[in-house]
Design a protein around this ligand. Structure first.
Ligand code: NAP
Length: 300
């Protein structure tokens, strides 16, 4: 599979796979190991996590599988995130969900992630969400310390706006190699809020989370979903594919920013289907037909 360079030292696969829903997949450790090995065989080598996924359980589930075959670690890029402090039974003293992008919390969170994954380095660490109380010097100091110690090789952000990134970069001596944001035909915000222009200007490849809008684009529940689904079905028929998902991925892949879709499925056949996107070439008009279905009206 084609690779994409996030920086001179970090290459990721053209698709990433996310493990947000891992604890719903109900895989045993050996089933998960088989799943990971089979996914690696498809060429998807970039795995997206966060400390909080599955109420803080998903990293450790993944790590248990990885422990069975430690040599796999070198074949993958492990991404995780930190900074969200949800109300959780794991933290009974916490009364209010909040963010923490302070030095101590970031270092502590990374230590826990390394332990969970049974590894001694992360390929990429993202600040999960912009924090209204972020003290950028402190967050930068944490990143620089983790970089110096070799515990984290690269850094990025998620759900940031260009002004958030610029502000942070003004305090940081390291590059921010990606911004992971929600992009799908049902989520066009980042085409309008300056992010896509910023990515192109800075040559940053964004990662697209929930590329199928959490599955809702395939099983629409409201009028917007049905409208987009109708257009996708019509196009799929015209393109000779039955696979609406791969049409959506082809729509993301066509964008010049080099968007990396983060798949969310735990089913191997759906991952195989996703790869059919490489064989679908959308014309400009077809791309806009999907974009307009998402907008709900034609472009002016
Ligand atoms: N940075 C952030 O703030 C943020 C936020 C949310 C997510 N993420 C990342 O993005 C990843 C993907 O998000 P997502 O899970 O919402 O992605 P998604 O691809 O939009 O949705 C995946 C869901 O759709 C279902 N689905 C139904 N039909 C499908 C088909 N034909 N192909 C694929 N999936 C189908 C999947 O179920 P099955 O498993 O049954 O296939 C799964 O429940 C997450 O795992 C996480 O790593 C990041």
């Amino acid at each position: 599979m084609e690779k994409i360079k996030l920086s001179s030292t970090l290459e990721v696969s053209r698709f990433a796979l996310g493990f947000w829903r891992l604890n719903e997949w109900k895989m045993s450790s050996s089933e998960l190991l088989y799943f990971i090995e089979t996914v690696l065989d498809t060429g998807i080598t970039t795995f997206d996590h966060a400390d909080i996924y599955g109420d803080f359980s998903c990293e450790a589930l993944f790590g248990e599988a990885l422990k069975r075959e430690p040599a796999l670690r070198q074949k993958m890029q492990l991404i995780t995130k930190c900074g969200i402090m949800p109300v959780s039974q794991k933290f009974p003293e916490r009364r209010v969900g909040h963010y923490d992008t302070g030095y101590a919390h970031i270092l502590e969170s990374v230590e826990q992630s390394l332990k969970n994954f049974h590894t001694d380095y992360l390929d990429l660490l993202l600040i999960h969400r912009p924090d209204p109380l972020m003290s950028p010097d402190e967050t930068a100091r944490a990143f620089e310390e983790l970089h110096r110690s070799g515990k984290v090789l690269h850094f990025g952000v998620s759900n940031f706006l260009p002004a958030d990134m610029e502000m942070f970069l003004a305090h940081l001596s390291l590059p921010l190699v990606t911004n992971q944001v929600a992009i799908s035909p049902a989520q066009l915000t980042h085409f309008h809020n300056g992010n896509m222009a910023y990515f192109l200007q800075k040559e940053i490849h964004p990662m697209a989370w929930s590329p199928l809008a959490g599955g809702k684009l395939l099983h629409p529940e409201d009028e917007e979903g049905r409208r987009i689904h109708r257009k996708l079905s019509e196009l799929a028929q015209r393109k000779g594919t039955e696979n609406i998902g791969s049409l959506i991925y082809a729509w993301l892949l066509k964008h010049p920013a080099g968007i990396i879709p983060v798949l969310g499925t735990g089913k191997l056949h759906r991952i195989q289907e996703a790869l059919e996107a490489f064989n679908i070439s959308l014309t400009t008009e077809e791309w806009f037909a999907i974009y307009e279905a998402g907008l709900g009206h034609g472009v002016p």
